[in-house]
Design a protein around this ligand. Structure first.
Ligand code: KG4
Ligand code: ZN
Length: 336
Protein backbone atom coordinates (compact mmCIF):
# COMPACT_ATOMS: atom_id res chain seq x y z
CA UNK A 1 0.00 0.00 0.00
CA UNK A 2 1.28 3.47 -0.89
CA UNK A 3 -0.02 6.59 0.83
CA UNK A 4 0.86 9.89 -0.84
CA UNK A 5 0.36 13.46 0.23
CA UNK A 6 -0.10 15.60 -2.90
CA UNK A 7 0.22 19.36 -3.33
CA UNK A 8 -1.01 21.45 -6.30
CA UNK A 9 -0.57 25.22 -6.67
CA UNK A 10 0.13 25.71 -10.39
CA UNK A 11 -2.49 28.38 -11.04
CA UNK A 12 -5.27 29.74 -8.84
CA UNK A 13 -6.28 26.77 -6.66
CA UNK A 14 -4.39 25.98 -3.47
CA UNK A 15 -4.86 22.23 -3.11
CA UNK A 16 -3.71 19.30 -1.01
CA UNK A 17 -4.88 15.67 -0.95
CA UNK A 18 -4.09 12.32 0.62
CA UNK A 19 -4.40 9.44 -1.86
CA UNK A 20 -4.00 5.71 -1.27
CA UNK A 21 -2.60 3.61 -4.14
CA UNK A 22 -3.44 6.29 -6.70
CA UNK A 23 -7.11 5.36 -6.54
CA UNK A 24 -8.62 6.03 -3.14
CA UNK A 25 -9.04 9.64 -2.05
CA UNK A 26 -8.83 10.06 1.73
CA UNK A 27 -9.03 13.84 1.50
CA UNK A 28 -9.02 16.40 -1.30
CA UNK A 29 -8.99 20.04 -0.20
CA UNK A 30 -9.24 22.72 -2.88
CA UNK A 31 -9.19 26.37 -1.89
CA UNK A 32 -10.22 28.37 -4.94
CA UNK A 33 -9.16 31.98 -5.46
CA UNK A 34 -11.69 32.46 -8.22
CA UNK A 35 -13.70 35.15 -6.39
CA UNK A 36 -10.62 37.32 -6.09
CA UNK A 37 -9.51 36.91 -9.72
CA UNK A 38 -13.03 37.51 -11.00
CA UNK A 39 -12.68 41.10 -9.75
CA UNK A 40 -9.70 41.56 -12.09
CA UNK A 41 -11.19 39.73 -15.08
CA UNK A 42 -8.50 37.04 -15.03
CA UNK A 43 -5.79 35.43 -12.92
CA UNK A 44 -3.29 38.02 -11.64
CA UNK A 45 -0.09 35.99 -11.07
CA UNK A 46 1.26 38.15 -8.24
CA UNK A 47 -2.06 38.02 -6.40
CA UNK A 48 -2.33 34.26 -6.97
CA UNK A 49 1.05 33.52 -5.40
CA UNK A 50 0.33 35.74 -2.40
CA UNK A 51 -2.95 33.94 -1.72
CA UNK A 52 -1.20 30.56 -2.06
CA UNK A 53 1.29 31.70 0.62
CA UNK A 54 -1.55 32.74 2.91
CA UNK A 55 -3.55 29.52 2.45
CA UNK A 56 -1.12 26.68 1.91
CA UNK A 57 -0.52 25.75 5.56
CA UNK A 58 -4.24 25.65 6.39
CA UNK A 59 -5.00 23.61 3.26
CA UNK A 60 -2.29 21.03 4.06
CA UNK A 61 -3.38 20.80 7.72
CA UNK A 62 -7.01 20.31 6.67
CA UNK A 63 -6.07 17.61 4.11
CA UNK A 64 -4.11 15.67 6.75
CA UNK A 65 -6.82 16.07 9.41
CA UNK A 66 -9.63 14.99 7.09
CA UNK A 67 -7.69 11.97 5.82
CA UNK A 68 -7.34 10.55 9.32
CA UNK A 69 -3.72 9.53 8.66
CA UNK A 70 -0.62 10.82 10.40
CA UNK A 71 2.56 12.02 8.69
CA UNK A 72 4.16 8.74 9.86
CA UNK A 73 1.85 6.85 7.51
CA UNK A 74 2.70 9.02 4.48
CA UNK A 75 5.13 7.31 2.08
CA UNK A 76 5.96 10.27 -0.14
CA UNK A 77 5.11 13.86 -1.11
CA UNK A 78 3.93 14.39 -4.69
CA UNK A 79 3.85 17.98 -5.90
CA UNK A 80 3.23 19.91 -9.11
CA UNK A 81 6.58 21.01 -10.51
CA UNK A 82 5.09 22.63 -13.65
CA UNK A 83 3.80 23.82 -16.03
CA UNK A 84 2.04 26.81 -14.52
CA UNK A 85 2.64 30.26 -13.08
CA UNK A 86 6.15 30.46 -11.62
CA UNK A 87 5.19 32.35 -8.45
CA UNK A 88 2.28 29.99 -7.76
CA UNK A 89 4.34 26.85 -8.42
CA UNK A 90 7.10 28.02 -6.05
CA UNK A 91 4.71 28.02 -3.10
CA UNK A 92 3.70 24.37 -3.58
CA UNK A 93 7.25 23.27 -4.34
CA UNK A 94 8.57 24.94 -1.18
CA UNK A 95 5.78 23.47 0.94
CA UNK A 96 6.50 19.98 -0.45
CA UNK A 97 10.24 20.32 0.17
CA UNK A 98 9.68 21.61 3.70
CA UNK A 99 7.45 18.64 4.57
CA UNK A 100 9.83 16.19 2.90
CA UNK A 101 12.76 17.62 4.84
CA UNK A 102 10.97 17.86 8.20
CA UNK A 103 9.46 14.37 8.03
CA UNK A 104 12.20 12.70 5.98
CA UNK A 105 9.93 11.68 3.10
CA UNK A 106 10.79 11.20 -0.58
CA UNK A 107 9.63 13.83 -3.08
CA UNK A 108 7.78 13.02 -6.31
CA UNK A 109 7.81 15.92 -8.81
CA UNK A 110 4.77 15.76 -11.10
CA UNK A 111 3.87 17.40 -14.38
CA UNK A 112 0.44 19.06 -13.96
CA UNK A 113 -0.80 17.71 -17.32
CA UNK A 114 -0.05 14.12 -16.35
CA UNK A 115 -2.15 14.82 -13.24
CA UNK A 116 -5.11 15.85 -15.42
CA UNK A 117 -4.78 12.62 -17.43
CA UNK A 118 -4.44 10.34 -14.38
CA UNK A 119 -7.47 12.00 -12.71
CA UNK A 120 -9.36 9.54 -14.89
CA UNK A 121 -7.92 6.68 -12.79
CA UNK A 122 -10.45 7.68 -10.09
CA UNK A 123 -13.35 6.75 -12.36
CA UNK A 124 -11.97 4.02 -14.67
CA UNK A 125 -9.28 1.38 -14.91
CA UNK A 126 -7.03 2.94 -17.51
CA UNK A 127 -6.40 0.77 -20.56
CA UNK A 128 -3.42 1.21 -22.85
CA UNK A 129 -2.74 2.22 -25.54
CA UNK A 130 -4.64 5.29 -24.43
CA UNK A 131 -5.34 8.64 -26.07
CA UNK A 132 -5.92 11.74 -23.93
CA UNK A 133 -7.41 15.03 -25.02
CA UNK A 134 -6.01 17.48 -22.48
CA UNK A 135 -7.86 20.78 -22.62
CA UNK A 136 -7.36 23.53 -20.07
CA UNK A 137 -6.69 27.23 -19.63
CA UNK A 138 -3.05 26.76 -20.59
CA UNK A 139 -3.03 23.65 -22.79
CA UNK A 140 -4.67 21.89 -25.69
CA UNK A 141 -2.91 18.61 -26.31
CA UNK A 142 -3.57 15.25 -27.86
CA UNK A 143 -1.43 12.79 -25.96
CA UNK A 144 -0.72 9.22 -27.03
CA UNK A 145 0.17 6.77 -24.28
CA UNK A 146 1.41 3.45 -25.62
CA UNK A 147 1.72 2.29 -22.04
CA UNK A 148 1.46 3.46 -18.45
CA UNK A 149 3.59 6.60 -17.90
CA UNK A 150 4.59 6.79 -21.54
CA UNK A 151 3.65 10.11 -23.14
CA UNK A 152 3.87 11.28 -26.72
CA UNK A 153 2.34 14.62 -27.62
CA UNK A 154 0.74 14.07 -31.04
CA UNK A 155 -0.60 17.55 -31.41
CA UNK A 156 -0.83 20.82 -29.55
CA UNK A 157 -2.08 24.35 -30.05
CA UNK A 158 -0.03 26.62 -32.27
CA UNK A 159 -1.22 29.68 -30.35
CA UNK A 160 -3.95 30.05 -27.69
CA UNK A 161 -5.16 27.18 -25.54
CA UNK A 162 -8.85 26.37 -25.90
CA UNK A 163 -9.68 27.52 -22.33
CA UNK A 164 -7.75 30.75 -22.93
CA UNK A 165 -9.82 31.36 -26.09
CA UNK A 166 -13.03 30.77 -24.12
CA UNK A 167 -11.89 33.22 -21.45
CA UNK A 168 -10.84 35.90 -23.96
CA UNK A 169 -14.07 35.68 -25.98
CA UNK A 170 -16.05 35.85 -22.73
CA UNK A 171 -14.18 39.02 -21.78
CA UNK A 172 -15.24 40.66 -25.06
CA UNK A 173 -18.83 39.72 -24.30
CA UNK A 174 -18.46 41.08 -20.73
CA UNK A 175 -19.24 37.73 -19.18
CA UNK A 176 -16.58 37.83 -16.47
CA UNK A 177 -13.91 35.29 -15.52
CA UNK A 178 -13.64 32.33 -15.98
CA UNK A 179 -15.48 32.50 -19.27
CA UNK A 180 -15.76 28.80 -20.07
CA UNK A 181 -18.66 27.83 -17.77
CA UNK A 182 -20.72 30.95 -18.67
CA UNK A 183 -20.17 30.47 -22.41
CA UNK A 184 -21.14 26.82 -22.02
CA UNK A 185 -24.48 27.84 -20.45
CA UNK A 186 -25.18 30.70 -22.87
CA UNK A 187 -24.45 28.58 -25.96
CA UNK A 188 -27.21 26.19 -24.91
CA UNK A 189 -29.75 28.94 -25.56
CA UNK A 190 -28.06 30.08 -28.78
CA UNK A 191 -28.79 29.19 -32.38
CA UNK A 192 -26.95 29.12 -35.70
CA UNK A 193 -26.92 32.79 -36.62
CA UNK A 194 -23.33 34.03 -36.82
CA UNK A 195 -20.80 32.40 -39.11
CA UNK A 196 -17.17 32.04 -38.06
CA UNK A 197 -14.18 30.76 -40.06
CA UNK A 198 -13.05 27.18 -39.33
CA UNK A 199 -9.50 27.25 -37.87
CA UNK A 200 -6.82 25.75 -40.10
CA UNK A 201 -3.44 24.33 -39.02
CA UNK A 202 -0.56 22.75 -40.85
CA UNK A 203 -0.09 19.82 -38.46
CA UNK A 204 -2.55 16.95 -38.81
CA UNK A 205 -3.32 16.87 -35.08
CA UNK A 206 -2.44 20.46 -34.18
CA UNK A 207 -4.92 23.09 -33.07
CA UNK A 208 -5.22 26.86 -33.41
CA UNK A 209 -7.71 29.13 -31.68
CA UNK A 210 -6.21 32.60 -31.94
CA UNK A 211 -7.64 33.28 -35.43
CA UNK A 212 -11.08 32.20 -34.29
CA UNK A 213 -10.85 34.43 -31.23
CA UNK A 214 -9.88 37.39 -33.45
CA UNK A 215 -12.77 36.59 -35.81
CA UNK A 216 -15.19 36.79 -32.85
CA UNK A 217 -13.73 40.13 -31.79
CA UNK A 218 -13.98 41.49 -35.35
CA UNK A 219 -17.53 40.23 -35.73
CA UNK A 220 -18.54 41.92 -32.45
CA UNK A 221 -16.85 45.14 -33.59
CA UNK A 222 -18.57 45.04 -36.99
CA UNK A 223 -21.98 44.51 -35.42
CA UNK A 224 -21.40 47.32 -32.93
CA UNK A 225 -20.36 49.73 -35.71
CA UNK A 226 -23.42 48.76 -37.77
CA UNK A 227 -25.56 49.58 -34.72
CA UNK A 228 -26.71 45.96 -34.34
CA UNK A 229 -27.04 44.52 -30.89
CA UNK A 230 -24.87 41.43 -30.36
CA UNK A 231 -26.76 38.34 -29.32
CA UNK A 232 -24.37 36.78 -26.77
CA UNK A 233 -26.15 33.40 -26.82
CA UNK A 234 -25.72 33.11 -30.60
CA UNK A 235 -22.12 34.29 -30.55
CA UNK A 236 -21.27 31.81 -27.77
CA UNK A 237 -23.01 29.12 -29.83
CA UNK A 238 -21.05 29.99 -32.99
CA UNK A 239 -17.73 30.09 -31.14
CA UNK A 240 -18.36 26.85 -29.32
CA UNK A 241 -19.60 24.89 -32.34
CA UNK A 242 -16.60 26.03 -34.41
CA UNK A 243 -13.90 25.60 -31.76
CA UNK A 244 -15.13 22.29 -30.39
CA UNK A 245 -16.10 21.02 -33.84
CA UNK A 246 -12.52 21.21 -35.16
CA UNK A 247 -11.08 19.89 -31.92
CA UNK A 248 -13.36 16.87 -31.81
CA UNK A 249 -12.88 16.31 -35.56
CA UNK A 250 -9.10 16.10 -35.12
CA UNK A 251 -9.43 13.89 -32.06
CA UNK A 252 -11.69 11.51 -33.97
CA UNK A 253 -9.15 11.43 -36.83
CA UNK A 254 -6.39 10.57 -34.34
CA UNK A 255 -8.54 7.77 -32.87
CA UNK A 256 -9.19 6.46 -36.38
CA UNK A 257 -5.45 6.48 -37.07
CA UNK A 258 -4.08 5.16 -33.76
CA UNK A 259 -6.97 2.93 -32.61
CA UNK A 260 -6.50 3.30 -28.83
CA UNK A 261 -8.29 1.01 -26.35
CA UNK A 262 -9.41 4.05 -24.39
CA UNK A 263 -9.83 7.78 -24.89
CA UNK A 264 -10.00 10.10 -21.88
CA UNK A 265 -10.88 13.76 -21.56
CA UNK A 266 -8.84 15.85 -19.14
CA UNK A 267 -8.48 19.44 -17.90
CA UNK A 268 -10.88 22.24 -17.05
CA UNK A 269 -12.49 22.49 -20.49
CA UNK A 270 -13.44 18.78 -20.24
CA UNK A 271 -16.21 20.09 -17.95
CA UNK A 272 -17.86 21.59 -21.05
CA UNK A 273 -21.24 19.99 -21.68
CA UNK A 274 -21.16 20.39 -25.47
CA UNK A 275 -17.65 18.89 -25.69
CA UNK A 276 -18.89 15.87 -23.72
CA UNK A 277 -21.86 15.52 -26.06
CA UNK A 278 -19.74 15.89 -29.23
CA UNK A 279 -17.19 13.34 -27.99
CA UNK A 280 -19.96 10.82 -27.30
CA UNK A 281 -21.35 11.34 -30.80
CA UNK A 282 -17.94 11.06 -32.47
CA UNK A 283 -16.90 7.98 -30.49
CA UNK A 284 -20.15 6.14 -31.20
CA UNK A 285 -18.49 5.20 -34.50
CA UNK A 286 -15.59 3.61 -32.58
CA UNK A 287 -17.08 1.08 -30.16
CA UNK A 288 -13.65 -0.58 -29.85
CA UNK A 289 -12.40 2.58 -28.09
CA UNK A 290 -13.82 3.15 -24.61
CA UNK A 291 -14.62 6.81 -23.92
CA UNK A 292 -14.02 8.08 -20.38
CA UNK A 293 -15.51 11.42 -19.42
CA UNK A 294 -14.42 12.41 -15.93
CA UNK A 295 -16.91 13.98 -13.53
CA UNK A 296 -16.69 17.76 -13.13
CA UNK A 297 -14.79 17.68 -9.82
CA UNK A 298 -11.83 15.90 -11.35
CA UNK A 299 -11.69 18.02 -14.54
CA UNK A 300 -10.61 21.25 -12.85
CA UNK A 301 -7.41 21.67 -10.83
CA UNK A 302 -7.13 19.60 -7.66
CA UNK A 303 -4.41 17.78 -5.73
CA UNK A 304 -5.94 14.28 -5.81
CA UNK A 305 -5.02 14.08 -9.51
CA UNK A 306 -1.38 14.86 -8.57
CA UNK A 307 -1.62 11.98 -6.09
CA UNK A 308 -2.94 9.68 -8.84
CA UNK A 309 -0.10 10.58 -11.23
CA UNK A 310 2.33 10.59 -8.28
CA UNK A 311 1.47 6.98 -7.51
CA UNK A 312 2.33 5.85 -11.06
CA UNK A 313 5.56 7.89 -11.03
CA UNK A 314 6.39 6.36 -7.62
CA UNK A 315 5.83 2.84 -9.00
CA UNK A 316 8.31 3.72 -11.76
CA UNK A 317 10.86 4.90 -9.17
CA UNK A 318 10.58 8.51 -10.30
CA UNK A 319 11.38 10.36 -7.10
CA UNK A 320 13.20 13.70 -7.14
CA UNK A 321 15.62 15.51 -4.91
CA UNK A 322 15.71 18.89 -3.15
CA UNK A 323 17.54 20.36 -6.14
CA UNK A 324 14.42 20.16 -8.39
CA UNK A 325 12.73 23.53 -8.75
CA UNK A 326 9.49 24.88 -10.16
CA UNK A 327 9.44 24.91 -13.97
CA UNK A 328 6.71 27.02 -15.62
CA UNK A 329 7.36 25.43 -19.03
CA UNK A 330 7.91 21.85 -17.85
CA UNK A 331 7.45 19.49 -20.83
CA UNK A 332 5.59 16.19 -20.60
CA UNK A 333 7.80 13.39 -19.27
CA UNK A 334 9.81 11.72 -22.01
CA UNK A 335 9.34 14.64 -24.36
CA UNK A 336 12.70 16.29 -23.57
O1 KG4 B 1 -7.57 22.81 -15.85
P1 KG4 B 1 -8.03 24.13 -15.34
O2 KG4 B 1 -8.87 24.17 -14.09
O3 KG4 B 1 -6.81 25.07 -15.10
C1 KG4 B 1 -5.69 25.06 -15.94
O4 KG4 B 1 -4.81 24.17 -15.74
O5 KG4 B 1 -5.69 25.89 -16.89
O6 KG4 B 1 -8.83 24.83 -16.56
C2 KG4 B 1 -9.36 26.14 -16.46
C3 KG4 B 1 -9.99 26.50 -17.80
C4 KG4 B 1 -10.47 27.94 -17.88
O7 KG4 B 1 -10.00 28.51 -19.09
C5 KG4 B 1 -12.01 27.81 -17.89
O8 KG4 B 1 -12.65 28.85 -18.61
C6 KG4 B 1 -12.19 26.46 -18.58
O9 KG4 B 1 -11.15 25.66 -18.04
N1 KG4 B 1 -13.50 25.86 -18.30
C7 KG4 B 1 -14.43 25.65 -19.26
C8 KG4 B 1 -15.57 25.10 -18.60
N2 KG4 B 1 -15.28 25.01 -17.26
C9 KG4 B 1 -14.01 25.46 -17.11
N3 KG4 B 1 -14.39 25.87 -20.58
C10 KG4 B 1 -15.49 25.57 -21.29
N4 KG4 B 1 -16.62 25.07 -20.74
C11 KG4 B 1 -16.70 24.82 -19.42
N5 KG4 B 1 -17.83 24.32 -18.90
ZN1 ZN C 1 -5.11 22.36 -14.89
Amino acid sequence: MTMLLAIETSCDETACAVVRDGKEILSNIVSSQINVHTMYGGVVPEVASRIHVENISAVITEAINQSGVTMDEIDGIAYTQGPGLIGSLHVGVQAAKTLAWAYNKPLIPINHMTGHIYANAFVADLKFPLMALVVSGGHTELVWMKDDWNFEVLGTTRDDAIGEAYDKVARVLDLGYPGGPVMDKLAKQGKAHYKLPVPKTAGEFDFSFSGLKTAVLQLAERERKAGNEIIPEDLAYAFQETALGTMVGKTAAAVEHYRPKMIVLAGGVAANSRLREMMKEAMAKHPETELVIPPMWCCTDNAAMIGAAGYVAWKHGLTGGFDASADPGLPMPGEI
